[in-house]
Design a protein around this ligand. Structure first.
Ligand SMILES: NC(=O)c1ccc[n+]([C@@H]2O[C@H](COP(=O)([O-])OP(=O)(O)OC[C@H]3O[C@@H](n4cnc5c(N)ncnc54)[C@H](OP(=O)(O)O)[C@@H]3O)[C@@H](O)[C@H]2O)c1
Length: 242
């Protein structure tokens, strides 16, 4: 159906996801922006198309089984395969420094997007990923999900102890390994990416890195060649401790 390589980036109407989409489209991919808000998604897609890029909007709320299934059906009408899936959509909600004070309802809401979202989306789009000759799946994790870093008193992030957000990314790392092991025999590589501390709406723009810097490792993992790793966890400088 399409000669171009194809990619889907979730949570791509802004922030790091939008930049990953822009980079992949600039590399020649036909890119769908998976967005939960149709208008915001259309606006972002129109901006990228104005740059001459092959970008389309796809309605996709990662918290809904039904909407993920509908989105996968909609995409299957537009392409016969998916070469790249970037599970980028994520939320932090209200970051709280004290685990004893974080409501379980908030933690559940974070997990719905950050953990169950990537599981749901990967499962829903698996038929299209399997139809690619060499699909790549990137899970947008965080260095804050590293248990190695969290327990290292010398780490600059040792004191950044957000129960819901950090543990959601630790769980996502486990999800990454599980899918990598299951999909490896199909030629599908699955890796987790840490973008660093990037100035976006997620953190009230307190990050010190740009979205261009934050997108770099996800783009690299999305475009790995056959010799590239799978079941790994990386920032742009190399592997991270789980
Ligand atoms: N910024 C950092 O320093 C940093 C560090 C480590 C990891 N990360 C990770 O990087 C990813 C991107 O974050 P960002 O910093 O670019 O944040 P952002 O600017 O807030 O973007 C988050 C994106 O996720 C979307 N999203 C949220 N809930 C969704 C849902 N239910 N269904 C579909 N899309 C949904 C948002 O859509 P709406 O516009 O509709 O809300 C938005 O497009 C996240 O997974 C985050 O955890 C960020």
């Amino acid at each position: 159906m399409t000669e171009s390589k194809t990619a889907l980036v979730t949570g791509a109407n802004k922030g790091i996801g939008r930049e990953i989409a822009r980079r992949l489209a600039a590399d020649g991919y036909r890119v769908w922006l998976g967005c939960r808000d149709h208008e915001r998604g259309e606006a972002a897609a129109a901006e990228l198309r104005a740059l001459g890029l092959d970008v389309r909007q796809l309605d996709l709320d990662v918290t809904s089984d039904a909407l993920c299934a509908t989105a996968a059906q909609a995409l299957a009408r537009q392409t016969d395969r998916l070469d790249v899936l970037v599970n980028n959509a994520g939320v932090a909600l209200e970051l709280r420094a004290r685990p004893s004070e974080e409501p379980v309802d908030q933690i559940k809401a974070i997990y719905e997007v950050n953990v169950f979202g990537p599981i749901r989306v990967t499962q829903a789009f698996l038929p299209l990923l399997k139809a690619s000759a060499a699909a790549r799946v990137v899970m947008m994790s965080s260095g804050l999900g590293s248990l190695g870093t969290a327990t290292d008193p010398d780490s600059p992030f040792y004191g950044t102890n957000y129960l819901g957000y950090n543990s959601s990314k630790s769980a996502l790392n486990g999800v990454t390994v599980a899918f990598a092991k299951a999909l490896g025999p199909l030629g599908i590589k699955v890796n987790a990416a840490c973008p660093g501390y990037v100035a976006t709406d997620l953190n009230g723009h307190s990050g010190y890195r740009t979205v261009e810097q934050g997108a770099e490792i996800a783009v690299r993992l999305a475009t790995l060649d056959a010799a590239g790793p799978t079941a790994g966890y990386f920032n742009e400088d190399g592997p991270l401790p789980w």
